[in-house]
Design a protein around this ligand. Structure first.
Ligand SMILES: [Zn+2]
Length: 307
């Protein structure tokens, strides 16, 4: 279990032991923080003979081999989750437990359910069966039927603090890991780690290019071309880096802000304009047919001129 979920899992284990777990749990969590591991941990707790994921009992062994007969995992190979899959859930919950313990249904990303699938799941949630638990998750709670949400206990899983996730990320890679890099991935440790390990679009690389842009060692046009396929992310990162520069400038003045020289007013004003250019670009970036290279070029030009 990821270190940032250990306490949360322990509270679930306590509730299972006290038989105080709601039959329908809806975990609301951002992607990239490992909520699937948390769901698995809760599922294992529900079937483990000692309810603490002992890893030793028959149920745990079956669970770890992904062959526990009383765990039903809904997996769709399509973008949506169709009603046929949810009907199978309906049959599963009314069947008898094979190991005479709890039965668990796991459905992740429930916002992908079609309307009829949602309605079918709603019926299952409305008629709870003894010793049967539905573990649901979504990263987009607004796309889930309100009636489903109201029949579940909603658990808002917060994004882990950097102090919890950074040591773990460092233990998983030999690449340089920074707090700034984690922030660039909205503090989502798994997403950040993936970018480091898979040599995908990396924040550190961009940060270096951003500094080169400011030092006028790279052309805005060249940079825009190389990042046009990741324009939205890169604009967000540029925004973050500009805000940091702005804050550093202000903090540098400490309590002497009243003595800002007019040149400092000017440079802060130009920075503010660059920040605004990022905001404007972000509004346009998802419009159909927009020329992303050109959009980035405008932002990068502005940044280059502002510093
Ligand atoms: Zn066990």
């Amino acid at each position: 279990m990821y270190p940032w979920f250990q306490n949360l899992l322990a509270t679930f284990q306590h509730r299972v032991n006290q038989q105080q777990l709601h039959h329908g749990l809806l975990l609301i969590a951002e992607t990239g923080i490992g909520s699937d591991a948390l769901i698995n941990g809760i599922a294992q707790t529900l079937v483990c003979q000692t309810a603490n994921n002992c890893g030793e009992c028959k149920a745990c062994k079956l669970f770890e081999a992904s062959s526990h007969p009383d765990i039903k995992r809904v997996v769709s190979d399509k973008p949506s989750i169709g009603v046929d899959l949810i009907r199978e859930v309906g049959e599963f919950v009314t069947s008898t437990s094979q190991l005479l313990g709890n039965k668990v249904v796991i459905i992740e990303d429930i916002e992908r359910m079609t309307e009829s699938a949602s309605n079918s799941l709603l019926k299952t949630l409305e008629e709870p069966n003894n010793n049967t638990y539905l573990l649901l998750s979504t990263s987009s709670a607004n796309s889930v039927l309100p009636t489903i949400k109201s029949r579940c206990e909603k658990i808002n899983v917060s994004t882990p603090a950097a102090s919890e996730s950074l040591p773990w990320i460092k233990s998983q890679t030999n690449k340089a890991v920074t707090k700034e890099g984690l922030m660039a991935f909205s503090n989502r440790p798994l997403e950040y780690l993936e970018s480091l390990n898979e040599g995908k679009l990396g924040f550190e690389d961009f940060h270096e290019k951003f500094n080169q842009l400011i030092d006028k060692k790279v052309h805005a046009f060249m940079l825009a071309e190389s990042y046009k396929d990741n324009a939205a992310k890169v604009v967000a990162w540029a925004y973050m880096l500009l805000i940091q520069r702005y804050q550093t400038m202000l903090l540098g003045k400490g309590n002497h802000a009243e003595s800002l020289a007019s040149t400092e007013y000017d440079s802060m004003q130009r920075l503010a304009e660059s920040i605004d250019a990022c905001k404007q670009a972000n509004l346009k970036i998802s419009q159909a047919g927009i020329n992303k290279s050109l959009l980035l070029q405008k932002v990068f030009n502005k940044i280059q001129m502002s510093t």
